[in-house]
Design a protein around this ligand. Structure first.
Ligand code: GRF
Length: 224
């Protein structure tokens, strides 16, 4: 993909639901702690609160309807080609999945290799997939957390950029744990975007190295 280089990193956020991570990125950009511009917010859900958040902040929001693609033999690939076209129209350099509830295909993974991130509410590689806060509690884990990683074809499998740990308390429910993890998600996702914007992320195989100085903030690696 050819990129029209601009002076500020152009990002797109793909979100299906509530959009609190999108909001954290918006807030960080507005506060000046992340140097980037949200060129597009895209959802596969017409009534996604994420699109409402985009509109409240004057950002371009797009509902890309999966239905016209559903009858095609390669329906997921066909949908992702439609997304790719929107991303290209907006000169997007970095794609952020933020509660995006569709599995992305190699159409997007290859076009945005090492330029697409996801946030996941567990300490990967433990507990990929869904309902992971409940799974961590049921397993008897003492520590849970969240992970920002680059997106590869395997779900929740890509190289890890940042993680934050959150203790599991005796009285925790899936909801109370999820709420405390979410606080950390809202810190490390903007941090990861800023590291990318500064060109400080170097990927070697499965490992992501943060170049120059210390890693992005103490909260990213300690117990909170
Ligand atoms: C977050 O917990 C994120 O880690 C997971 O989906 C949830 C999305 O929440 N991938 P929100 O839509 O950003 O509020």
């Amino acid at each position: 993909m050819s990129i029209k280089r601009t002076d500020v990193l152009r990002i797109a956020v793909l979100a299906s639901g509530r959009g609190s991570n999108l909001q954290a990125i918006i807030d960080a950009i507005e506060a000046g702690t992340v140097q980037a511009k949200i060129a597009a917010v895209i959802s596969n859900k017409k009534d996604s609160p994420a699109l409402e958040r985009a509109s409240r902040h004057g950002l371009s929001g797009f509902f890309v309807d999966p239905k016209p693609h559903a009858s095609e033999s390669d329906s997921r690939g066909s949908y992702d080609r439609a997304l790719l076209s929107v991303l290209r129209q907006h000169d997007v350099e970095l794609v952020l999945l933020a509660g995006y509830m569709k599995i992305v295909t190699k159409v997007l993974v290859e076009a945005f290799a090492n330029r697409m991130m996801n946030i996941h509410p567990s300490l990967l590689p433990s507990f990929p997939g869904l309902d992971v806060q409940k799974k961590a509690i049921d397993w008897g884990c003492k520590v849970a957390g969240c992970t920002v990683h680059f997106v590869t074809e395997g779900v929740d499998e890509g190289p890890i950029i940042l993680q934050a740990a959150v203790p599991i308390l005796d009285g925790d429910s899936a909801d109370s744990l999820a709420a405390r993890i979410l606080v950390q998600e809202h810190k490390i996702y903007p941090q990861a975007v800023q590291l990318f914007a500064e060109g400080r992320l170097r990927v070697e195989g499965r490992r992501v190295f943060i170049e120059q100085g210390k890693p992005a903030g103490e909260a990213a690696f300690g117990l909170s």
